[in-house]
Design a protein around this ligand. Structure first.
Ligand code: F3S
Length: 420
């Protein structure tokens, strides 16, 4: 069946609003046709990925420059995913100029389209980046997608970089996938008997559930018993939010999960109860996290650590505070990066947390992360992290050996230089 377009959407498609808008509408409509959408749905917010020069390369920069040159501008608030370095400190961090200059061209091209250079995968920690329950949005970064669908209860598909940018330019996306309520029903029940204490445990759980459920929708029957209560203001982070963001990121990495429900906790599960689960749903039981730790902490022969990486997905202010509290009066021997957004970094400076971390020899690094930054170009060969997503991707994306464990284990490794 042909996709229904309004007069305005038709005008965009026929080029009446310029070639940049036509290109965007062609992408949105093509995606709609591929996935059987009947019409388009307005979006209130967009998050664009594919920002790091490490992934884009020269061809990607040229494509963006051409699109921006066609006069394309975004119609709704739009934020950017992390790039490959921190703009304010790339020289100090040792990033080569041959990477930094084209990287900044990418950001300038996005800015010329009206996109805010938030450069973060946790836009929900930026007050104007937190959608409401039931909003349709078009987000691209996989951990942000699973968070906004599940914890906020907004509706998004897992957009690709060009698809999200196209949605921002036309202010709409095709109505298919997770924009359709029926597709948001759970495909698997999950029972968790393993005890979860640390964020790393939640990441390990996410790894196992992602592997088991792949692109389905898990419904956690009893996980609420092991979660602290959700705060009223999600943008503050905190124990529950930080656990859910790392768990979702892991599920989206080892599987391609874009939505989950937790009985009594996440908004749709609270509203619909058991009726959110499909009658034919499968069952996944998690009795132990051992298999996950065996995989994520697989470089067991590595004990000397070059870089400790905290903040994947980008750290909340609450996580930065945990690090500062631990490091007060101590000194680190390795490089220690707490990666986060400019917004959270500014808050950390205002509350005196950044100075504690810097006095200990660590740094809060905005705009980037240790997966999208060219860390092998700055001499990093071994890394420790409490983030399952980093442990999953860093070996293949950056050629580093990774140790995986709790925040305390990681910070001890930073202080002693060794993994215990
Ligand atoms: Fe974000 Fe980088 Fe992790 S983009 S989710 S911090 S791999």
């Amino acid at each position: 069946m042909e996709i229904h377009l309004t007069d305005l959407e038709q005008a965009m498609l026929s080029g009446e609003m310029g070639p940049g808008v036509r290109r965007a509408m062609e992408i949105v409509v093509t995606l709609g046709r591929i996935y059987g959408a009947l019409d388009l749905v307005p979006v209130s917010h967009v998050q664009v990925s594919g920002v790091s020069y490490k992934n884009l390369g020269k061809a990607g920069v040229e494509f963006l420059r051409r699109w921006a040159g066609e006069g394309a501008r975004v119609r709704v608030p739009t934020m950017l995913n992390p790039m490959g370095m921190e703009e304010a400190s790339w020289r100090e961090l040792g990033i080569p100029e041959s990477f930094a200059l084209p990287q900044m061209e990418v950001v300038r091209a996005f800015e010329s389209m009206g996109i805010q250079p938030t450069l973060s995968c946790t836009p929900y920690f930026i007050p104007q980046g937190l959608p409401h329950r039931g909003d349709h949005v078009a987000w691209a970064e996989s951990s942000a997608v699973v968070f906004v669908n599940s914890v906020v209860g907004a509706y998004t598909n897992r957009e690709g970089g060009p698809g999200a940018l196209a949605a921002a330019i036309v202010g709409r996306t095709a109505r298919y996938g997770y924009h359709v309520p029926e597709n948001r029903l759970a495909t698997h029940r999950v029972r968790v008997r393993a005890r979860l204490e640390t964020m790393a445990d939640f990441g390990a759980l996410g790894y196992l559930v992602g592997k088991a459920v792949q692109d389905g929708v898990p419904y956690f029957e009893d996980l609420g018993e092991q979660l602290p209560p959700l705060p009223d203001d999600l943008s503050e982070g905190g124990a529950a939010i930080d656990r859910l963001k790392t768990m979702g990121a892991a599920m989206a990495a080892s599987g391609s999960i874009a939505l989950y429900h937790i009985a009594g906790v996440t908004p749709e599960a609270k509203e619909a109860g058991e009726s959110i689960v499909r009658s034919e749903a499968g069952l996944v039981e998690i009795d132990s996290l051992r298999e996950a730790y065996d995989f994520l902490d697989r470089s067991k022969d590595v004990d000397r650590i070059d870089l400790v990486s905290i903040g994947c997905p980008h750290a909340s202010l609450a996580e930065v505070k945990l690090v500062a509290d631990y490091l007060k009066g101590k000194r680190v021997r390795t490089r220690l990066w707490i990666t986060t957004s400019r917004h959270v970094k500014d808050l950390a400076k205002r509350f005196g947390l950044a100075s504690i971390i810097e006095e200990a020899g660590g740094r809060i690094v905005a705009d980037t992360c240790t997966v999208v930054a060219p860390i092998n170009a700055i001499g990093v060969k071994t890394m420790a992290t409490n983030a399952a997503k980093t442990a999953w991707y860093a070996p293949s994306h950056s050629g580093v050996a990774v140790r995986y464990g709790s925040l305390e284990q990681c910070l001890e490794a930073a202080i002693t230089g060794r993994w215990k």
